[in-house]
Design a protein around this ligand. Structure first.
Ligand SMILES: NC(=O)C1=CN([C@@H]2O[C@H](COP(=O)(O)OP(=O)(O)OC[C@H]3O[C@@H](n4cnc5c(N)ncnc54)[C@H](O)[C@@H]3O)[C@@H](O)[C@H]2O)[C@@H](O)CC1
Ligand SMILES: [K+]
Length: 480
């Protein structure tokens, strides 16, 4: 599990750790890890003679860059610092000078020939986007052909929310200290961070056990996925009911069932007007044309994909005392009170547009502030919410850590892929996973399947994604 903590928590942990250590020890740990990471990015035998430029802001983030620069200078790199703040970390500056580094006020000359740029303008103390004087310097760094390495965070992004208010530096890699920060894992900031590397500075011992954000990895998902026991039959493995599709959108039913059949439930019961299309594509499905309440027993429901204008079945499904996943058309006009009144878990799976409609804000606001949006929806509906998009987030109703999905590809932005996800996550619900686990494991497998299907960088269809779910499942559950 990859975990992230917000700035307030990081600062408290750092203070607790610093109280036990000699002055400056923590910053030296950070600088040592940062310098080592820079050496490996430059490549073996390429540190001596490398031209390194440090962009140095007024705080300790600049201090990290300066101390790391001093270490690189001692290994033979030509290191030039560009002070950009109202002050420059005095100890770091002295260390760089003592190691033979130089200071310049002409960043453009130094950047033109740089092999590596360290962005130490702001870290967790940054507020808002880059200040105007830093903007042309950050752009020149990006355009220089050098490897751009952000210290702790790309300067200009919000560490806690992943929001980017104004301009921020685009890094090839970010070397972060002690723990990930939420902004490193959530778009739009995540896109600015490049490849992530965590440097251990001993913070784990003092960080709270419950993080603000967590990202599942293969072994976490493998642990959570259902495995049939010797005594299992199709009913004990869980039956999922899918209420989806309409005369106008029969394909949504076919795709939701395609996801559902590969999600671990023992059987899938389709309820709706697209039974013929569903059976033609998936003969293993049980179909029922009548209302959901007459369809027979299920352990979970999915309602919404391709339903069209008729919200009738949504209320009927919400009245059932089993977990319910509501997606797509089922989310339109969804009443928070009706969801809050349920005793069984509810999982809502909006994309940014649907989330915006539920919150009464603009879609752009949801995309710019995904974490705030998913938390607000979960609190308002008293439900688990899976917010789909460039960074898929899953938040439980009780506050707890938000799960951020680390798999996926932009090729997933294709018609019908959400229908596959709702079937898949619903199937995991029917198999007995909690709404948080079903949503996050579903998103994980779905993203992995899309990556597999588009392996060579080709477009994928939702049908391709469903077809690759089995391989994604095997990927996750096969021992490394
Ligand atoms: N506290 C600690 O024990 C450790 C801190 N470390 C480093 O220290 C950093 C935090 O240092 P600070 O708290 O000094 O904060 P930062 O260095 O992140 O930034 C604060 C400084 O930047 C200025 N600033 C804020 N927003 C700005 C903007 N948009 N544009 C330009 N300047 C801006 C502020 O006026 C202030 O001078 C971490 O990110 C990490 O890099 C590491 O050395 C590990 C240990
Ligand atoms: K930085």
């Amino acid at each position: 599990m990859r975990t992230a903590h917000r700035v307030e928590t990081v600062r408290a942990a750092e203070a607790a750790l610093m109280a036990r250590l000699p002055e400056g020890a923590l910053m030296q740990r950070a600088a040592a890890g940062l310098a080592a990471a820079c050496c490996s990015l430059l490549g073996k035998g390429r540190v001596y003679g490398a031209r390194v430029v440090l962009l140095v802001g007024s705080g300790d983030n600049g201090g990290d860059a300066l101390y790391a620069g001093a270490r690189l200078a001692r290994r033979g790199a030509g290191v030039t610092a560009v002070p950009l703040g109202t002050r420059t970390h005095p100890g770091g500056l002295a260390a760089l000078r003592a190691a033979g580094g130089r200071i310049t006020d002409d960043p453009f000359e130094a950047l033109a020939v740089a092999d590596l740029v360290l962005d130490g303008i702001t870290g967790i103390g940054g507020r808002g986007g880059l200040r105007p004087d830093a903007v042309p310097v950050a752009r020149a760094a990006r355009g220089s052909g050098a490897v751009v390495v952000a210290v702790d965070l790309p300067s200009g992004v919000d560490a806690d929310t992943g929001e980017v208010a104004g301009e921020a530096l685009r890094a090839d890699a970010t070397i972060t200290f002690g723990t990930y920060k939420p902004g490193l894992l959530v778009d739009p900031a995540r896109e600015y961070a490049g490849a992530l590397r965590l440097v251990d500075i001993g913070l784990d011992a003092v960080l709270p056990g419950v993080p603000d954000l967590e990202a599942l990895q293969h072994q976490d998902v493998a642990w959570l996925l259902p495995v049939p026991g010797a005594e299992s039959d199709k009913y004990r493995r869980g039956v999922l009911g899918v209420v989806a599709g309409s005369a106008r959108y029969p394909g949504a039913a076919v795709l939701a069932v395609a996801g559902a059949l590969r999600g671990g439930a023992g059987a899938v019961r389709y309820v709706g007007p697209a039974g013929d299309a569903v059976i033609a594509a998936h003969p293993e499905t049980l179909v029922h044309a009548g209302p959901p309440s007459k369809a027979g027993r299920v352990q979970a429901w999915v309602v919404g994909p391709g339903l069209g204008e008729d919200p009738g079945p949504v209320a009927e499904v919400l009245a059932a005392d089993v977990p319910v996943l509501v997606d797509a058309d089922g989310l339109r006009g969804l009443d928070p009170a009706a969801v809050r009144a349920r005793t069984a878990p509810t999982l809502l799976t909006p994309h940014a547009g649907e989330a915006a409609a539920l919150l009464g804000v603009a879609r752009e606001d949801v995309e710019a502030g995904r974490l705030a949006a998913v938390r607000e929806l979960a609190a308002r509906f008293g439900a688990t919410v899976l917010l789909k998009g460039s960074t898929t987030l899953v938040c439980g109703p009780g506050g707890g850590p938000v799960r951020v999905n680390p798999t996926g590809t932009s090729w997933l932005a294709t018609a019908g892929s959400g229908d596959v996800l709702s079937g898949l996550a619903g199937s995991l619900l029917a198999a007995g996973l909690s709404a948080l686990d079903a949503g996050s494991c579903g998103a994980y497998l779905h993203g992995l399947a899309a990556r597999r299907a588009s392996a060579a960088g080709a477009p994928v269809t939702a049908t391709d994604v469903a077809g690759s779910l089995r391989d994604a499942w095997l990927d996750v559950t096969s021992p490394a």
